[in-house]
Structures are given as C-alpha cells and as structure tokens.
Design a protein around this ligand. Structure first.
Ligand SMILES: C[S@@+](CC[C@H](N)C(=O)[O-])C[C@H]1O[C@@H](n2cnc3c(N)ncnc32)[C@H](O)[C@@H]1O
Length: 278
C-alpha cells in the first residue's frame, strides 16, 4: 500500500498556463487550487477545462450538493472538487479498477467510491437507488463513446433538477481507434456513439421528443447543451420537466409600449449607392 501511495504523490510544479476567454472570471478558485496545490494525489485535466467548469458549476459552491465523477484514478480530482465546492459537498466516485488500499484513503463521511463498469446499466440502477439525487455528473472514465452514452442514458433521468452533466475528452471519438487497439480487441467499438448522440440531442432538445426509449421521459428536461473543444455540458431544467413540443407550448410574453414598428419595407429601404471617393 505504501508503495502505491508514494507512486501517485507527485510534485506539481507547473503553473496552469491559461488562455482566459473573455467571459471567464479573472479569479478562478480551481486555477488557484491547481497553482497552489503542490502535493497530493495526482489529477490530470486539460487546462482549458477550468474556466468551463467554473462557468457552469460556480453556483453550486458552498451549497449542499452531490457530485458523481466517473473515473477516479488516483483520486486527485475528488480532492480538487472538495476544495472547490466546500464542506457541504457529497462525492461519489466510480471506477472499474478496484484500487487496492486507495479506497481507504479516499473514502470518508462524505465520499464513497463505487467499483463498477460505466457500461453496465444494472450497476447504475443499483447506484442511483442507493445514493442521494445527483446534481453534477463528470464523466472522465473510459472516454469510449458507447460507454459514455450508456452512462448518460442511465444517469440523465436521475439527475436532479438544475443539474449539470459533463462529458470530458470527447476528442477520442475523432481518433483512429483501430490503430490504438489490438487487432482483435473490440474495446473501442462504438467510440463515436457519444458524439453522434450529442448531435441528435440538439434536435431532441428542441422538440422534447426522442426515439431513444431510455430517454423518452426525460429528454424534454434538457435546458441547454454547451459544447466546447473536447468537452460538453448538458444542463437540466430546474423546474418541471421543461418543454415538450415546438412553438405551441411556449410561454410567449409580449413586451413594449404597444407602438407598432414601421413596416419592414420602409424600415429596410435599400442603402443609397455610394461611389468611392477619388
Ligand atoms: C482519466 S482517468 C480519471 C482521472 C480523474 N478523474 C482525475 O481527473 O484525476 C480514467 C479512469 O477511468 C477508469 N475507467 C476506465 N474505463 C472505465 C469504465 N468502463 N467504467 C468505469 N471506470 C472506467 C480508469 O480505471 C481510470 O481510473
């Protein structure tokens, strides 16, 4: 056990190099944690994820909430989430690899580690029946599309209202997995399934309908789909089940003083032809 723990206690000496988008806060507690956290369990995250996490998750900080991360590895990201969300966070980590000796170090009164395969719907059934409603899912597990899809189909219906579902490292869907897998391995079969589903979810969110029997009762609760390089965030409505159907279901409010706008033709008269000054 001692040997295994020593192996994952690496010195982090790099400052996070951060190309901050215009919408991102100057101060980001996750970046601060990363830069000041010089030792502890290893975590590996893309640098550009930190602003995206903070953009979508900051409203959960300090509140009572439950985060589930698929893919625990050394457990460093669980430490990061605890530091970020604060003492009222409850964490469930899921990994297919039974870490000998590590679970004892990671588990405490607010942290539990479940060992299971994210591709196994029965595993998820058992888990969702045993844990409190989940507010945030981070899928940083196998990164194989069909497994990401399975986890989403199993967990999305149980995500709490107002929750967020994040799938990381989607770039694997665009790689030539055949050359990475051994010849007779079918591990990477279906590696594009998640990104293909994501494209369909765009349509399904707009209409509230899907042919996917696993999601038919919950697809209308998608509030927004945000896709970034390598990562996506899917948000759930915080009230009710969201929208089903197109325009006829919307609450349309008329605002303004009731003054009619000038006719379009009048408003958009063609611009005068200008000649270039010599
Ligand atoms: C990228 S690591 C997780 C890193 C961790 N989230 C962090 O940021 O420090 C991926 C983890 O997913 C686990 N994993 C791979 N396939 C899985 C599967 N089918 N089900 C559950 N976990 C899986 C691996 O054992 C590995 O520990």
């Amino acid at each position: 056990m001692g040997f295994q723990l020593r192996k994952v206690r690496v010195q982090k000496w790099l400052q996070l190099s951060r190309e901050r988008p215009t919408w991102a806060d100057e101060f980001n507690p996750l970046v601060d944690w990363w830069d000041s956290h010089r030792e502890g369990l290893l975590t590996v995250k893309h640098a550009h994820y930190f602003d995206i996490y903070h953009r979508h998750l900051q409203h959960f900080r300090g509140k009572k909430m439950h985060l589930l991360e698929i893919g625990v590895a050394s457990g460093g990201s669980l430490q990061m989430w605890k530091a970020y969300f604060g003492p009222r966070l409850r964490v469930t980590g899921v990994d297919c690899c039974p870490f000998s000796g590590m679970r004892g170090e990671l588990e405490d009164h607010r942290t539990s580690i479940w060992i299971g395969n994210q591709e196994d719907p029965q595993f998820w059934d058992e888990l969702v029946q045993s844990v409190p409603p989940i507010d945030v899912v981070i899928d940083d597990g196998s990164h194989v599309g069909r497994m990401q899809l399975e986890a989403f189909q199993s967990l999305w219906p149980y995500l709490a209202p107002g929750g967020a579902y994040i799938v990381e490292d989607m770039m694997f869907a665009y790689m030539d997995m055949a050359s990475m897998a051994s010849k007779d391995s079918d591990f990477f079969k279906g590696h594009t399934h998640w990104v293909e589903k994501l494209k369909h979810l765009m349509d399904e969110m707009q209409t509230g309908f899907t042919a996917d029997s696993r999601l038919k009762d919950s697809v209308a609760s998608i509030r927004g789909i945000h896709t970034y390089r390598h990562l996506c965030v899917i948000e759930k409505y915080d009230r009710g089940q969201g929208l089903r159907g197109l325009v006829h279901d919307w609450d349309v409010l008329e605002v303004g003083a009731g003054v009619q706008a000038p006719a379009l033709a009048e408003h958009h008269a063609p611009p005068p032809i200008m000649s270039h000054p010599d």
